[in-house]
Design a protein around this ligand. Structure first.
Ligand code: SAM
Length: 250
């Protein structure tokens, strides 16, 4: 793989340099400023939000027995998942991220969580799940590769399982010259980072149409979409259920 496209290597470097900042790129979470409690509270809120969405739109009795968080980083979402779900697996390409997650889980006496190094085949992931979740990960993975991983994740879902997967699908640039300057600055930034051999945080845009087709091919008939806008980066959380009895044949 071209070094520029090997985002896995970049993530290991981010993790070694400043793992919490790499997860939530806000100065508040740089190692010198870090308040871990504040950081992990953001994860609690996110998992509450996801469970509420699922109960409101797909399944009022949603109580998964097993969950997988793809691209789990330092475990921001594994801790709140582990408090709600008996079997939890975290997957990440970065071993340093996984080591940090293990420390945080041990500290919280949540030793029953499986942490596995991710590859595109998910070859280390055992079994199937009632909940598959991922947020702020696919945008950093080149699109065609990400779509392959999505298909593999879908194949690991039980009948009736729920998926909550987030993607960036577009960018909102400022109008006119400002917007053109914004785009140019971003391209120059990526060029500079590549030339200096520094790690890159890619921002890949996925086609919602292609993703919905992938979900449908895997058997999804019910889908709820929550749109978000993070400083002009337009994202969509796709929350869906795979249930064989929902299949509708004309
Ligand atoms: C921005 S962080 C988000 C972490 C976590 N989802 C959260 O919200 O707290 C992105 C994470 O995805 C991981 N990652 C990037 N590419 C990946 C891949 N191809 N497979 C698995 N994990 C990946 C990175 O190592 C990093 O931990």
């Amino acid at each position: 793989m071209l070094p520029l496209l090997n985002t896995d290597r970049h993530w290991e470097r981010f993790a070694q340099a400043d793992p919490y900042w790499a997860v939530l790129t806000n100065e508040r979470f740089r190692s010198e400023n870090l308040d871990r409690q504040e950081f992990f509270e953001t994860g609690e809120r996110h998992i509450d939000y996801v469970f509420n969405l699922v109960r409101q739109h797909l399944d009022p009795d949603f109580a998964p027995r097993s969950a997988l968080d793809f691209g789990c980083g330092v475990g921001r979402l594994l801790l709140p998942l582990a408090r709600r779900v008996p079997v939890v697996t975290g997957v990440d390409v970065s071993e340093t991220m996984l080591r940090e997650a293990r420390c945080r889980l041990d500290e919280a006496s949540l030793q029953h969580i499986d942490l596995v190094v991710g590859d595109d085949e998910l070859s280390e992931v055992q079994g199937t799940y009632d909940l598959i979740h991922s947020v702020m990960v696919f945008q950093h993975v080149p699109v065609r590769r990400g779509e392959v991983i999505v298909r593999r994740l879908l194949s690991r879902m039980n009948d009736g399982a729920v998926g909550a997967l987030q993607f960036v699908y577009s960018r909102q640039w400022r109008p006119g010259l400002h917007g053109r300057w914004q785009r140019l600055r971003e391209r120059l930034y990526h060029l500079r980072v590549a030339l200096l051999g520094q790690p890159q945080m890619q921002m890949n845009e996925y086609s919602l149409g292609r993703l919905v087709a992938i979900l449908q091919q895997a058997g999804a008939r019910r889908l709820h979409v929550e749109l978000n806008n993070h400083g002009g980066i337009l994202g969509a959380m796709l929350v869906f259920q795979l249930r064989a009895s929902d299949q509708y044949v004309i």
